[in-house]
Ligand binder design. Structure first.
Ligand SMILES: Nc1ncnc2c1ncn2[C@@H]1O[C@H](COP(=O)(O)OP(=O)(O)OP(=O)(O)O)[C@@H](O)[C@H]1O
Length: 320
């Protein structure tokens, strides 16, 4: 962890116990050929320190835009975004450079983008440490340790073209954590890999999270990722819309919808279709939960097969 930025400026840190990443009502508007594109439309997200989180969404939902902002490459149009105490809207250029160098690490989908082709795996991992003042011997030892941690020590002397896609991504994770970033962002890190190899890469991400304490945010379009992590946040139309919490030991998962500050709730599309919800829904308040019913007068509703009910229904528990 770095406590002083380049130029001797003290680095901010998230208060212990408060989220490492916090986005509130985040908006990013692009202009393309005089057309306004709202890539993020009031996104809320909170990531505690030490979490391994997946952000899942269809193409165009705003995942890359979010990652660009959180990694300090892009600046949001409005809202709040902080990472480890850095205010990403107000950050000065010099802080931005230091933030990108010390606070965040990256793994990209394209394996070739993560590694220098002319360096061995070991040299690739040593490279980011070149400007940290660490002695050569210490850099070499840490690089070897990290390669071992991700079960890729056997390939330390190989160049990327002599490594499989999965091996390259495991080396890339070692490169990304070499300088002990507070958070590691991975953009579709397994997009080019088959399932078995992808599982190995997720194994390495879980290891970085558990053994090094690195907070990790994986962005992907693959909803199956929820099997690999404890919490998956769904993003739709530039807003967080749902969450899945999975207990891997008990092999159970719970699904949540996200309620924004204004009380807006995005229901998963499959529930909307299944219960024939449209335009207006009827709410029924119960002592411990709220029922959401299709507005029976609005349209002909599909049969639900549920004990004589003519209206389709869903029930959203409150206070959970
Ligand atoms: N620089 C830009 N200029 C104009 N529009 C943009 C720009 N970047 C993103 N967009 C638009 O913003 C929306 C969100 O894009 P974004 O790339 O964040 O989605 P994504 O979920 O990452 O998609 P994918 O999985 O295909 O990469 C899209 O409609 C996209 O066309």
């Amino acid at each position: 962890m770095t406590d002083v930025l380049e130029g001797g400026i003290p680095a901010p840190h998230a208060d212990p116990g408060s989220p490492l990443i916090r986005c509130e009502n985040l908006v990013r508007i692009f202009w393309a050929e005089q057309v306004e594109v709202q890539a993020l439309q009031g996104l809320d997200l909170s990531v505690p320190q030490g979490e391994l989180l997946a952000v899942v969404g269809a193409s165009g939902s705003g995942k890359s835009t979010l990652l660009g902002i959180l990694s300090g490459l892009d600046v949001p149009t409005a809202g709040t975004a902080t990472v480890d105490g850095f205010d990403l809207l107000a950050m000065k250029r010099r802080d931005r450079v230091a933030f990108r160098r010390h606070t965040v690490g990256f793994v990209w989908q394209q394996t070739a983008r993560n590694l220098f082709p002319y360096l061995s795996a070991l040299e690739n991992v040593m490279q980011p440490m070149a400007y940290t003042g660490r002695k050569l011997r210490a850099r070499r030892a840490r690089a070897a340790e990290l390669l071992d941690l991700f079960n890729i020590g056997y390939a330390a002397d190989r160049r990327p073209d002599a490594l499989s896609g999965g091996e390259q991504q495991r080396v890339a994770i070692a490169v990304a954590v070499a300088n002990d970033p507070r958070v590691l962002f991975a953009d579709e890190p397994t997009g080019e890999l088959d399932t078995e190899t992808a599982n190995e890469v997720f194994g390495a991400l879980r290891r970085a999270n558990a053994e090094l304490g690195t907070t990790i945010v994986v962005v992907t379009h693959d909803a199956m990722v929820s099997e690999q992590v404890r919490r998956t946040v769904g993003i739709r139309n530039g807003r967080t819309s749902s969450e899945v919490l999975r207990d891997h030991e008990a092999q159970v998962s719970e699904e949540f919808a996200v309620l924004d500050r204004n009380g807006r709730l995005q229901l998963p599309r499959e529930h909307i279709e299944r219960y024939g919800l449209k335009d207006r829904v009827r709410l029924s308040t119960e002592t411990d939960h709220l029922g959401i019913w299709a507005d029976a007068g609005a349209q002909a509703l599909p049969e639900t097969g549920g004990g004589g009910d003519t209206g389709a229904r869903s029930q959203h528990r409150t206070g959970e």
